[in-house]
Design a protein around this ligand. Structure first.
Ligand code: MG
Length: 266
């Protein structure tokens, strides 16, 4: 299933993405209640996908990010982030960084280099802590696309990454949560980033240094995860700067595409 959060007029709700077989026309079928709280029931109401505004598919209490999870990316950015570590490198983005598909990413005037980082994002489905590898499949709700937008110059000068990674709008998520992938499938997906249509990153999640069970198991060894929390899984090689006006698109195979334009902060 593909579960989106959307607004239509004054209403905000969740819906299933459906496609009509003959025409290919996509619809959002409205659900009652909250998909993370149990039964998924449709109200019978539906709208064409292009007639609604998709929102960030979840509102996480926190976004937990894994850094340095692809060897080729570690190599390209060693001058900023140093050597690989044995354990996963973990940092947080605040919930206020989250924004939705099509929303602007605001370029902070204080930065002179803002980078895209295309990533597979994991959406957590239940309260969990100390999850062993073999139980990770029980706590994953689904997957979406993420852009771990980073003020690279501030990441270098600040040493710790909270400001560089944490500006409002620096965590686009979407377009929906795909709930139908097994851990094995999620561990072998193509992740690409294009800027104004030009391919800049093209990796596969099979290149993860720490696989999804290792990430979730490690994070929950010291931090509880809540329903709707999001884990960013790291970015492949090819990160680079964007300028105001450019359009970044993160595509994750079998999940979807997430596009956001860089906009000057007024
Ligand atoms: Mg990242």
């Amino acid at each position: 299933m593909r579960i989106a959060r959307f607004s239509s007029g004054e209403d905000v709700g969740f819906g299933l993405i459906e496609a009509e077989q003959d025409s290919g026309q996509e619809y959002v079928a409205r659900m009652s209640g909250h998909p993370l709280l149990g039964n998924i029931q449709l109200t019978g109401e539906r709208a064409k996908l292009e007639d609604v505004r998709l929102l960030s598919p979840v509102l996480p209490s926190k976004v937990v990010c894994i850094g340095k999870n692809y060897a080729d990316h570690i190599a390209e950015i060693a001058d900023v982030t140093g050597e690989p570590t044995d354990d996963p490198a973990v940092f947080l983005k605040p919930s206020t960084a989250v924004t939705g598909p099509g929303d602007p990413v605001f370029y902070p005037p204080i930065s002179e280099r803002v980078d895209f980082e295309g990533e597979l994002a994991i959406v957590i489905g239940r309260v969990c802590r100390e999850v062993p590898r073999e139980r990770v499949k029980d706590v994953v709700f689904g997957y979406t696309c993420a852009n771990d937008v980073t003020a690279r110059d501030l990441q270098q000068t600040d040493k710790q990454w909270t400001r560089a990674k944490g500006f409002d709008s620096f965590c686009p998520l979407g377009p929906w949560v795909e709930t139908g992938l097994s851990l094995e499938e999620a561990g072998d997906l193509r992740v690409t980033t294009t800027v104004d249509g030009e391919v800049r990153q093209d990796g596969r999640t099979s290149s993860f240094i720490h696989d999804i069970p290792a990430m979730i198991s490690y994070i929950t060894s010291f931090m509880s995860l809540l329903p709707g929390d999001v884990v960013l899984t790291g970015t492949p090689a090819g990160v680079g700067p964007v300028e105001v006006g450019q359009q970044m698109t993160i595509a994750v195979e079998k999940v979807g595409e997430l596009s956001n334009r860089v906009v000057a902060r007024e």
